[in-house]
Design a protein around this ligand. Structure first.
Ligand code: EPZ
Length: 427
């Protein structure tokens, strides 16, 4: 199993590319099920989750090829499609639930394993089921699988008005894809607004879908009979970009993040600026400058995670690591997932001072962290540990970095290009 060795205390300098977004690439790969024509995606990140999604789709009978240039992948879902997502794959990646909507819309039936529990929370999918049932699907849960089909005599899903009990990102994406081929008009009330949703909608529109309101809380989709092939570039990863902004803030330095988008990261950038970090838009993307290690001059910032455009929960661990080495105290409130403080006890092993009280974590900034062996528990927690390791004196060893590889495209290679002393070792 791979691990990362980090010797902290170096500032970061230079320029790197921000890769395509995991949370856009995964639903967009599923959207290729909606047509029997070839679809080409570019700027697809090289991630473990993308490899898992590829296996899931090939398992259904899809032909997928990679093209070296620009992270290109081509998809061709010719009939017959085997509409099944098996437990063996779904248990390794919850985003497999994103196959449910497209399979129902394309094949009129689907058998998709329930994802089961997750390190950061229970994460049930009853809203996905509820929304697709509103579109006329019959969905039963049998032996751990969602078994979905259309009623006798009905060949397509039908348009519906869907209001979910809470804002759900992948739920909104499932409904968007299913409604694109449904009979009639679907209205999504209380829809998620994340940039990945907008990017998926842009791709579907390129395929011939009729969608309005994406990027707002109310999306209207007029179903069409058929969708066709297209070429689409996956949007840049705002969470990877935010992670690097926090890394430079923590260590000090001057870095250009090519393809980074300020308009996708306002909530995070506002907090970093309040802390004392200098972030500017440049033609290639974003430039972040911080005159020295955080404990020397940055003010810790309290924040509360919420749905986009609020502060993203996927940036909570990384920003908490920054607060842990900034001046003063701060309160971090996690409102989206009930168990997303697993990194706190690992940060404490490096000398951080953080007290948890339910949804809140009280962070007392410390002037120094010292290297130790820590364990990654989930994707974003591991990114928070990398940031702490870049600041800590001595060597930090991070175990179980398969979590990190799920969502970061060669993070240690990019950090080394910026001057970090970091290496991956395989055992
Ligand atoms: C997406 O997960 C992202 N994953 C997550 O990123 C991200 O943390 C999350 O949205 C919130 O922004 C992908 O896009 C692949 P939700 P998703 O449905 O769609 C509850 C990362 O690190 N809920 O918006 O699964 C749920 O439990 C990952 O890249 C129900 O109760 O999240 C949570 O508390 C981690 N029932 C809340 O809603 C449902 O049917 C929001 O979840 C659906 C959701």
């Amino acid at each position: 199993m791979d691990k990362l060795l980090i010797r902290g205390g170096r500032s970061l300098h230079g320029a790197i590319d921000i890769s395509g977004a995991k949370n856009a690439a995964l639903p967009e790969m599923c959207a290729t099920l909606l047509t029997d024509e070839p679809v080409k995606l570019t700027n697809v990140p090289r991630l473990r989750d993308v490899a898992t999604m590829r296996r899931l789709l090939e398992n259904m009978g899809m032909t997928i090829e990679t093209h070296g240039e620009r992270g290109g992948m081509s998809f061709h879902a010719l009939d017959p499609i085997h509409p099944e997502a098996p437990y063996e794959l779904v248990k390794t990646m919850r985003a497999s639930v994103l196959a449910l909507g497209p399979l129902l819309a394309r094949c009129g039936r689907a058998r998709v394993s329930l994802p089961g529990g997750c390190a950061i929370g229970a994460r049930p999918v009853e809203q996905h089921i509820k929304g697709l049932q509103a579109m006329g699907a019959i969905i039963d849960v049998e032996q751990g699988y969602m078994v979905a089909r259309l009623p006798e005599g009905q060949s397509r899903l039908r348009g519906a008005r869907i209001t979910t009990d809470m804002i759900t990102v992948t739920g909104t994406e499932n409904f968007l894809m299913a409604a694109s081929l449904a009979e009639g008009t679907t209205v999504l009330e209380n829809a998620a607004q994340e940039p990945e949703i907008t990017d998926l909608a842009d791709m579907l529109i390129r395929m011939g879908a009729r969608i309005q309101g994406h990027g707002t809380r109310r999306i209207v989709i007029e179903g069409v009979e058929r969708l066709h092939g297209c070429e689409h570039a996956v949007v840049a990863d705002r969470i990877e970009c935010g992670t690097f902004l926090c890394a430079v803030a923590a260590t000090g330095g001057d870095v250009v993040l090519r393809h980074g988008r300020r308009d996708h990261l306002d909530a995070v950038i506002d907090k970093l600026r309040d802390a004392g970090v200098d972030i500017t838009e440049v033609p290639e993307g974003l430039r972040v400058h911080s005159s020295g290690p955080a404990w020397q001059h940055l003010k810790a910032q309290s924040f509360r995670t919420t749905e986009y455009p609020g502060f993203p929960t996927d940036m909570q661990a990384q920003f908490m690591a920054l607060d842990a080495v900034s001046q003063g105290s701060s309160m971090v409130t996690e409102t989206i997932f009930e168990n997303r403080f697993m990194h706190v006890s690992e940060l404490a092993r490096l000398g951080a001072n953080i007290q948890i009280d339910g949804k809140n974590a009280m962070v007392e900034g410390v002037g120094k962290l010292s290297g130790a062996t820590v364990m990654a528990t989930d994707l974003r927690a591991s990114a928070g540990l990398v940031i702490a390791g870049l600041v800590a004196e001595g060597q930090t060893t991070i175990d179980r970095i398969y979590h990190l590889d799920r969502g970061y495209d060669q993070m240690e290679v990019k950090l080394r290009a910026l001057g970090a002393d970091i290496e991956r070792v395989s055992e």
